[in-house]
Design a protein. Structure first.
Length: 163
C-alpha cells in the first residue's frame, strides 16, 4: 500500500538559498577528482560494496557513478537527498551506516552539491524496494528559482516498479 502511494506522488522539492550551492557546490568542487571522491563517499555511506565509474568523452561528456548501495525511496529523496545541509549523523543519531558496520563519511549534507561544480545538468537514478526513480536537476533552473524565492522542483523522468 505504501509503495502504491509513493509512486503516485508527483513532485520532488528542493528548498535552498542559491548562495549555498554557489559557494559550497561550485566553488569547492571545480575539478573532477574531488567530485568523484564525494560521489564515491555517498556510495560508501549507502553501504555499497561495488562502485563503477564510467567516463565518456565523446560528443557529450558524461560521468556515471553506479553502485550497489541501498538506494533511496521517493520520500527519502525528498527528505534526505534534496535537503541541503541535512546533518545525517545528528538526524539519525548515529555515526554508523544502516547496517551498523561502517562509520559514515558524510556529515554536512553538502557533498551532493559537488557535481554542480563540473556540470549544470545532473540525472539521478535509484532503486529501493523494487521502486525505480529517475530525476534530473538543472543548475540554471535551480539558480533562477532560488533567486525568486521559489521551491525548486527537479524534473521527474521516470517512476516505476521494477520487481
Amino acid at each position: 500500500m505504501e509503495d502504491q502511494l509513493e509512486i503516485e506522488k508527483d513532485e520532488l522539492r528542493m528548498e535552498f538559498d542559491p548562495n549555498t550551492i554557489e559557494h559550497l557546490g561550485i566553488q569547492m568542487y571545480s575539478t573532477l577528482p574531488p567530485v568523484i571522491a564525494e560521489l564515491i563517499a555517498n556510495s560508501y555511506d549507502a553501504e555499497a560494496t561495488q562502485v563503477y565509474i564510467y567516463l565518456e568523452d565523446e560528443n557529450e561528456k558524461q560521468i556515471t557513478i553506479a553502485d550497489n548501495g541501498h538506494g533511496m525511496s521517493f520520500s527519502e529523496i525528498n527528505e534526505n537527498f534534496l535537503k541541503i545541509g541535512r546533518n545525517r549523523r545528528e538526524v539519525e543519531r548515529s555515526q554508523k551506516s544502516r547496517n551498523g558496520k561502517r562509520l559514515v563519511i558524510g556529515k554536512k549534507g553538502i557533498g551532493k552539491l559537488s557535481f554542480f561544480g563540473i556540470s549544470s545538468l545532473i540525472e539521478v537514478e535509484t532503486v529501493k524496494d523494487g521502486l525505480y526513480n529517475k530525476f534530473r536537476m538543472d543548475w540554471i533552473k535551480l539558480k533562477e528559482e532560488g533567486k525568486e524565492g521559489k521551491t525548486y522542483k527537479p524534473e521527474i523522468i521516470e517512476k516505476k516498479y521494477c520487481r
